[in-house]
Ligand binder design. Sequence first.
Ligand code: 5GP
Length: 208
Amino acid sequence: MSEILRRGLMLVLSSPSGAGKTTLSRRILESDAGIVMSVSATTRAKRSNEVEGRDYVFVSPEEFERMVRNGEFLEYASVFDHQYGTPKKPVMAALAAGRDVLFDIDWQGTQQLKERAREDLVSVFVLPPSHEELERRLKTRAQDSEEIVAARMAKAASEISHWPEYDYVVVNDDVERAHAKVLAILEAERARRSRLAGVGEFVAQLTR
Ligand code: 5GP
């Protein structure tokens, strides 16, 4: 069977910190060769388990401002007193090459993408399974101070309140199940008629 030409899609995963979204993103990238990660720029400090250029591009506030002024971001927002933004160029290049792009961004960024590219956007809100589990996961992130953990817990409720703005909601009770759900969403959205730019041509071949 020949592949039908289609537009790439933008798959956004948002959640409060500690919902297990980073692990989920990694699993999706490992299991699906057709999707690439959008690597954000941030002004926050690198954690010791993070790799420059893989997890984030770590920049100074001045460099971030320069990127904003030059229009280098597809979206950007302030989260927990730090700046985060999605560099436009790699996303555009991936979509042009017919690949899908995965974003780990917050609700503010998702809203901006919705305004700019509603047709290409598929948004998923990932929820932790319970209050206790959320707290436990935030605490095991050892490099953050007690203060940061408390601040994140307090903000989790307000972040969670944005779930109605998303296309899909996935409860991350078990990473395998959550992973399977996101892959199912991705496959279904890839088959959406409006994305299949080449379907007319394909049908013409079938019925010639
Ligand atoms: P963390 O500092 O824990 O890696 O991320 C904090 C929050 O910032 C997460 O909710 C994450 O989704 C969000 N975030 C990361 N990169 C971006 C980005 O480029 N844009 C926006 N709007 N949010 C981001």
